[in-house]
Every structure is written in C-alpha cells, then in structure tokens.
Design a binder for this molecule. Sequence first.
Ligand code: C2O
Ligand code: CU
Ligand code: CU
Length: 484
Amino acid sequence: MLSRRHAIQLGLTAGALGVTGATGYTAQALGARDKPGPATRPAGPVTKFSVPLTRPPVLAPVRRTAAADYYSVVMTRSRREILPGTSTEVLTYNGSFPGPTIRARSGRTVVVKQVNALDMPTSVHLHGGANPVADDGGMMDTIAPRGTRTYTYANAQPAATLWMHDHAHHMESEHVYRGLSNLYLLGDDREDALGLPSGEFEVPLVLRDARFDANAQMVYEMDDAFNRTTILVNGRPWPYLKVKARKYRFRLVNSSNLRIFVLQLSDGSEMTQIGSDGGLLEKPAASPTLTLSPGERADVVIDFAQYKPGTQLVLKNLLGPGPVEEVGQVIRFDVGERVRDSSRVPGTLTTLAALRTPTVQRSFELNMDEPGTGEQGYINGKSFDPNRIDTTVNWGTTEVWTVTNASTLIPHNFHMHLVQFRVLERDGEPVSASEAGRKDTVLLLPGQSVKLQVTFDSHRGVFPYHCHLIDHGGMGMMANLKIV
Ligand code: C2O
Ligand code: CU
Ligand code: CU
C-alpha cells in the first residue's frame, strides 16, 4: 500500500494523489527520462470501457503422464486486434497476446517445448520459479531462430501467481513489450481447500501500457515511459468486465516494461489482498490501494456483493507518467445480479516458513545515469557483464541484502531469480502486510532502501538479479549471483 510518506516521495502532494500532467514532477519521477515525443494517437480514439475483458486461453497439455504435463509452444509473429477494429503486429506464444496461461500444480512437473519460429534469439524465463540454471531461461542461454528448447519445471514450491517472459539479452525489453509473456498459475491442494473464488470467478488481470502509432502499430523505443499511455488489460485497451454481485479473485500481474500502477477502486473501498509474488499471504490484507511495479503480482479478492446491481466501478491508477484520462483508468467492473456465493476468504491463508538467522549481510546500490547524462544502469557502480560474477554465496546460507535506489528521480525495483525473499523493512520501518509474504520483486522509489532476507537452499549455479523495469535491465542494471 502507498503510505502518505511514499506518496510524498513520489511528488504526489496532498490532495493530488492523482496523475499529474505529462510535464509534472510525477511523470519525471516515474522513469521517463525524456520529454514526450510527438503525439502518437491511434487511428481513431479508443472509447474507454468499450471492449469486453477477455481472458488469455488456458493452454492444454499435449500429453499427460502420472507425474508430468507436457506442453508445446511456438513463438510467432502474428497480428491481433488490440485497439478495436484494427490489427497490430505482435510477438506471441501460440498466437495469443498475451500468451496462453499455463496451469500447474505444486509437486507435479511441467515440461514445455518451446519452438522459436521468430527470426531472432529468444529465451523463456519462468519468473518466480525455483529452477536449475539450465531451465531458468538465462539471458545468454538463448534459443536460436528456428531452434527448439525444452524447459522442465519441477514446481517444488507452493501455489503462486507466476509468469513467464522472454529474457534474451538486450532483446528482452522489446520482446516482452511486443507480447512475449504469459501467466503461469501454480496451484496446490492446500490453496484449493481454502474455498477461494474459483472457476469463472477467478480472473487474471495482466496489466501493462503501450504506445501505438497512427496505424495502430506498437511503437517500441527504449526507456519510453512518457509515451506508453494506452493501458491494456489481458491485451485489450481499457476493457470492461461484467461481474455478478459476489466475490471475485483477481490474479494481477504488472507486465509493463516501466510503468508502476497504484490501483484504487473509484469508490475508494478496500480490496483484500490474499497473495503476492511467491504465493499466499499469511492473512488477508485489506487496503484501498495496491501498488504493483513491473514483474510484481498480487492476488486480490473484491466482493461486489456490497454494490447495488447496476453499479459501475472503475479500477483507477493513481500514478503517472501520462495524462490522467488515459493512464489514470484501467478497467471498469459492471456489477450485475446478486447470486449465491459459497466462496470464502479465511482469516488464515497459509503459514510462512520461520525466518532463519542470517549470517551474511550485503549491500547493493542501484543507479542510473540521470536524464541527459548517459544511458547506463548500474548495480554497485557496474553495468552488466555476462562474463562477470558479481556476488558469490554459499549454498544453504541465509543472508540479509540491503538494496538502495540511489537515483534521485527514477524508480527501480529489484528482482532475484531462483529465490523468494522476505522484505524485512523499507527505510528502516516494517513493510505493510501486502509486502510481508514471499516476494521475488520489490519496488524501490527514488532514494528508498529495503532489507531483504533470503536463503539459498535450492539450486546452485549462476543466476541474475536485476531491476525489473525491463528497459533498465537492458541498460545494464543487472548482475550475476553464483551459488556455490
Ligand atoms: Cu522476470 Cu530476470 O526476470
Ligand atoms: Cu525472474
Ligand atoms: Cu530500474
């Protein structure tokens, strides 16, 4: 949740927890390094809330055995309708934008055969998954054009909202922007037993922004936060969703390259967060706002039974950059009839592992050339070198990492492959309930510092950690961790 102090750090002053104009401080502060470019409007304006929300298709296994599900995915360049009545060239997994959802179960193996039918190298990373190096989809471990690669995921971790995305070095930013990402929903029996809303009442909301030209084609420029002002949910602009007057579970992912969302319902009522990156929270956390930086996930229950049938609720975004009429709105929920609802949100959702005693402390400083002075990103003063090991840890150790955003205007976040960490504090204070669970990505506003605790007890090998404002990772804000 966005505290008043954080709001002030973002330049959102009292009474203006809204999106400022494109020239305001907020816009500058939110990762936009340059002035807005020439206005790029789609061919014909998009009427907000005029297209229904669609759900990414759920991928069917090509084969099932007693222990594993086998999937087959082909990466292709395709055309999809994003803006109504137009056709946009996108990069897809199996032709869908965003890619199809994989449903997996804890303890049951998933094997995905990825065929790269594109004309450039790709790499597929399961973000939030604890997998060996060979299955992690590393930046340098790419699938050549026309090549095939099989990734195996043991799913030795609890239920969680994970996602998959391209990670080919220097290309991941554009690849993800153009469509190469998909949800990976990991379930387990303990979660099923909770009685949370399910089936048609469990809805993925994959949020992102994009910039379109006059021909409805996506414009990709590095570090272009200012101009990506069309908000997409599950690949459609500002959709609406007809809901029944009952509880819904929403699986939110911020798949944007740079945009941070601070979400709030238009009536200001509380949303109940039940999970974060790595799975369920111990207890539901109610808050009127929900902050999601790129790569972060939130599992949220909204009870529409509190509204009269016919109510229209907009999920708003309180943060820039961009004009409030555009980036300030995300999706509209149109509340319909009351129905019987036997779903529940129990007061205890899971039990997190007790924190072990840390034996090693380290510090990391994220920095980036300030606007106009260069285009490099750094961790501890160094830009990424794939051949350099930046940090070596011993398998089995528990460490506390203090990560600081040294930029004065630009927000960053911090993502580690392989592990789920726990955020102990932000700027010396305990974090809010929504950030107290298993996390793999954590937001760092300019000047902020977080302490994370992490135990390296799964796989050995070299894994990256990086800023997940993906353009920044591509600019060098990435480093290598070796677990020996
Ligand atoms: Cu979401 Cu290095 O990844
Ligand atoms: Cu990752
Ligand atoms: Cu960054």
